[in-house]
Ligand binder design. Structure first.
Ligand code: UD1
Ligand code: UDP
Length: 452
């Protein structure tokens, strides 16, 4: 059944949002559901926005809010985003507003929904790094607090929401749409040789490196990152490091004079940000991935790569729990180098099976499109309390699961009795297979549970 034009407003504005909303847009189009698509322009360079529209078949946005290049700082960016979104919402009068993730665009969409009394659907709900110094952690918590519907990518995200007191009927387990986008790319004939030849790389003989998080761009962290890269370059002379540089990182590396240092290392390949097809091909053929990106951790995990995450914490704990991901916050470069070298030397892990993959099964876009269609057809209002859909039952009954934390990382136990101390529980006694059993999701059940 088709809904009125303008009934669902989709708000996005950064590279990861362009990638992750693509599967939703494909499915809304396939189902004949109308929507209005707003691009905030938080990311505005061709390599950070338009290229993904072209490669992932995104339509021209109905409105382009053009905030990116105009804002001087985060506060002004968020203020501009809210002002422009509020006036667009008032003019377009949608029934519901949808946004994904943890960017300033996401937060502004959530707040604009409050100021215009519109119901808000937050996708990627329940992701937590438990690091309040990250802008993104604050953005996603606020968006979750405001949301009427919380679409969670993982079982752990559902549990995080429940532990914070979100009403169960507002939470839906849907998976992460990055799995859909990734499958779309690898189902195409990848121009593997052409891409590897462009950068003079050989399969499995290089590492992919990305860094862009604000907290990693201080002078101190940039010096540490540069030391890490030059050490990697010395200690792994038979490997190349390909580093597609985010525009913010490039600006900061130029300001600190470190870009020059890096450009002198002949096995470090610095490039502009890459298109999705090119970037996924590089990950697929890489030996190891070193990153601080959320999306790249997900993709490297799905492709069965070893990941070294340049943070002390991750909002994708499944990748860590299952042994694919190592965390290092760069304060000990020798330790970080050691982990990287060990990862390069270790055999490649087996990629997770999609039917039970903790991050999704590739059907998230379809699931979210159908849920949005249902929500738009229901007469809900921002103030309404009880109009959700029933909580998707998980593979294990929710009341039997216990979520525990060790060093800030959540762990889920099958039975709450097993978890005696809810604040600090060791995972030493669990085998990797047992851990997989705990985080894996039986996606074949989910659509039935959601009534889709
Ligand atoms: C944002 C998100 C972050 C996400 C990242 C994806 C927030 C708080 N953070 O961070 O969660 O991981 O996007 O890449 O929203 N710039 C350009 N051209 C562009 C875009 C950015 O030159 O097209 C430069 C500008 O100098 C800008 C800086 O990058 O000031 C930072 O951009 P911004 O969108 O504020 O944050 P990101 O670091 O990209
Ligand atoms: N990506 C890309 N080209 C690049 C670097 C990243 O297409 O040069 C993609 C990557 O595959 C992932 C997404 O961008 O899907 C991640 O975006 P980013 O790292 O900017 O943000 P985060 O996921 O950390 O929010």
């Amino acid at each position: 059944m088709s809904t009125n034009k303008d009934s669902i407003m989709i708000v996005a504005g950064t590279r990861p949002e362009a990638i992750k909303i693509a599967p939703l847009i494909w499915w809304l189009d396939k189902l004949g559901v109308d929507y209005i698509f707003i691009w905030s322009g938080q990311h505005y360079d061709y390599e950070m926005s338009k290229i993904f529209f072209e490669q992932l078949r995104l339509p021209e946005p109905d409105e382009y809010l053009d905030v990116g290049a105009q804002a001087q700082d985060v506060a002004q960016q968020v203020a501009l985003l809210i002002q422009r979104l509020v006036s667009t919402i008032k003019r377009r009068n949608p029934k519901i507003i949808y946004a994904l993730g943890d960017t300033n665009t996401t937060l502004a969409a959530a707040l604009a929904s409050v100021y215009t009394a519109k119901p808000f659907v937050h996708d990627e709900a329940g992701m937590r790094s438990f690091d309040p110094s990250m802008l993104e952690e604050n953005n996603r918590k606020m968006a979750d607090a405001i949301a009427n519907f919380r679409l969670a990518p993982t079982k752990i995200a559902v549990l995080n929401l429940l532990y914070e007191g979100a009403p169960p009927h507002t939470i839906k387990l849907v998976g992460s749409a990055v799995v859909d986008a990734l499958l779309y790319v690898i189902s195409h004939k990848l121009l593997k040789e052409e891409i590897l030849n462009t950068y003079e790389l050989k399969p499995s003989q290089y590492l992919v490196f990305t860094v862009h998080r604000r907290e990693n761009l201080t002078d101190k962290k940039l010096y540490q990152i540069t030391s890490l890269l030059t050490e990697m370059s010395n200690k792994l002379p038979n490997y190349k490091m390909i580093f597609p540089v985010h525009p913010h990182t490039r600006k900061r590396l130029e300001e600190t004079g470190l870009l020059k240092t890096l450009s002198f290392c002949n096995n470090i390949v610095l490039t502009a940000p890459l298109g999705y097809f090119e970037f996924i091909t590089l990950i697929k053929e890489a030996r190891v991935v070193v990153t601080d990106s959320g999306g790249v951790q997900e993709e490297a995990f799905i492709l069965g790569k070893r990941i070294i995450t340049l943070r002390k914490i991750t909002e994708w704990p499944e990748t860590f729990i299952l042994g694919y991901n190592h965390l290092t916050d760069l304060n000990d470069i020798n330790e970080a180098i050691d982990i990287i070298i060990k990862s390069v030397e270790a055999p490649e892990p087996i990629p997770p099976q999609l039917s039970t993959c903790p991050l999704g099964d590739g059907n998230t876009g379809q699931r979210v499109a159908k849920l949005l269609q249902k929500i738009a057809e229901t007469n809900i209002e921002r103030e309404s309390k009880g109009d959700g859909y029933p909580l998707p039952r998980l593979t294990t009954s929710i009341k039997d699961l216990a979520l525990c934390f060790k060093n800030g990382l959540p762990f889920v136990y099958e039975s709450s009795e097993e978890c005696t101390n809810k604040l600090c529980v060791s995972r030493e006694n669990l085998t990797q297979e047992e851990m997989f059993q705990i985080v894996k999701t039986d996606w074949s059940m989910i659509d039935k549970i959601l009534g889709l």
